[in-house]
Design a protein around this ligand. Structure first.
Ligand SMILES: [Zn+2]
Length: 385
């Protein structure tokens, strides 16, 4: 009997919209369906894919949390007065370089970016992805994909998320040739492109063609080594820009003091508020009342339904989620708007992720959180074989 091989290729931002628009890999992977996005960004979806747990369980929603008592960056607050002119230190390339330096200084092994978080606020923030979430124990106490694979004694390969898509595809081919039976291949190039382009931009078609060729190479290589189950999965789609709103300015002109009355994390599609005084709890909803055409407050029932409700309120006491397509600009992440963004309501048609396979996909794979169970049962099958 030929050896069984299971390949899961993760393509960040491969939404159902472009899968169906371009009939992506229809011939090679005819089994396909849209998948409900995990509320949040990739920094929430990937921990969910790696553990099967919701953000309320694994604790990752947004990269920053307002947490003065837990901030590892307290000493960096002073840099705000030293690093002048501010415009220079806000430049993307400069912040990228600074992020690398801080990452090394603090010994973080995870994905670390300062983005546009100002130093004066950074001293009051905790960073969620300090550890490499793909590494063994990276999402402890939860068991992640690598923990399960280590325990299985199968020969497996998980891509290095720091590397390019091209590198990761080549590394996967080498892993197949060296006898790996289970592969999780990570690619993120499409996400970056989709933030810049629309659905029908020629660059999208070109990049999908690039992926199609790589999938064929992977499939051919794998078929030489055994019987292959090949699955492509994604975390979300991309919603075209429909407008912007400056929530930060609205709140900052409202007479409240950051760090005294309230804390806030301004993501691209939502503002998460932490109330420190009763005045802030009253005033912030008042300030945003005229802007309810652009977004809405999540109810507790919605937070529970989206898997982001926590008693300890580390994600914020209240979340103002923008309507699909409306971006919060400037945010802690960017000074400008993008042509496309994700992280809106999972029900939005553009939010939908996708799963494609050359084998029948189990009926219970309907949302991003279900991928883990599917991969786990695939590992069980290989163990028995
Ligand atoms: Zn993205």
């Amino acid at each position: 009997m030929r050896k069984r091989i299971k390949i899961f290729l993760f393509i960040d931002a491969l939404g159902w919209d472009i899968v169906s628009h371009y009939d992506f890999l229809a011939e090679q992977l005819p089994e396909r369906r849209p998948v409900k996005m995990q509320f949040g960004y990739s920094c929430s979806a990937i921990p969910t894919i790696l553990t099967g747990l919701s953000p309320s369980e694994h604790g990752h929603l947004g990269l920053f949390q307002f947490a003065p008592g837990r901030s590892p960056f307290f000493k960096l607050r002073k840099l705000d007065k030293i690093l002048r002119p501010k415009s220079f230190w806000r430049r993307g390339r400069v912040r990228h370089w600074l992020s690398k330096l801080i990452k090394r200084l603090y010994g973080f092994t995870g994905y670390f970016q300062l983005y546009q978080m100002p130093f004066e606020k950074l001293g009051l923030m905790d960073y969620v992805e300090k550890r490499d979430i793909f590494a063994a124990g990276g999402l402890a106490p939860a068991l992640n994909l690598r923990d399960i694979l280590e325990d299985s004694e199968l020969k497996y390969h998980i891509s290095d998320w720091r590397r390019s898509d091209e590198y990761n595809i080549n590394a996967a081919c080498k892993a197949l040739e060296s006898g790996c039976e289970f592969l999780f291949v990570y690619t993120a190039g499409l996400d970056a492109l989709r933030h810049r382009s629309g659905v029908e931009a020629p660059e999208i078609a070109n990049m999908l063609e690039w992926y199609r060729k790589r999938v064929e190479i992977l499939l051919e290589t794998a078929e030489r080594c055994g019987e292959v189950d090949f699955t492509v999965l994604s975390d979300h789609g991309m919603t075209p820009l429909a407008g912007t709103v400056d929530i930060k300015k609205i709140i900052e002109s409202g007479g409240l003091r950051f760090g005294h009355d309230y804390g806030a994390c301004y993501d691209s599609t939502m503002a998460r508020f932490y109330y420190l005084t009763g005045a802030a709890e009253e005033r912030i909803p008042e300030l945003l009342k005229p802007y309810e055409y652009a977004g809405r407050w999540l109810t507790e029932a919605e937070e529970r339904q989206y898997g982001i409700y926590r008693e300890d309120r580390i994600f914020g006491d209240a979340i103002f989620l923008l309507n699909p397509g409306v971006q919060l600009v400037p945010s802690d992440l960017s000074l400008t708007a993008f042509n496309g963004m994700h992280g809106f309501a999972p029900e939005d048609v553009h939010s939908r992720a996708a799963i494609l396979s050359n084998r029948r996909i189990p009926d219970n794979v309907v949302e991003v959180a279900d991928y883990f169970g599917y991969m786990k049962s695939s590992i069980e099958v290989l163990k028995k074989a």
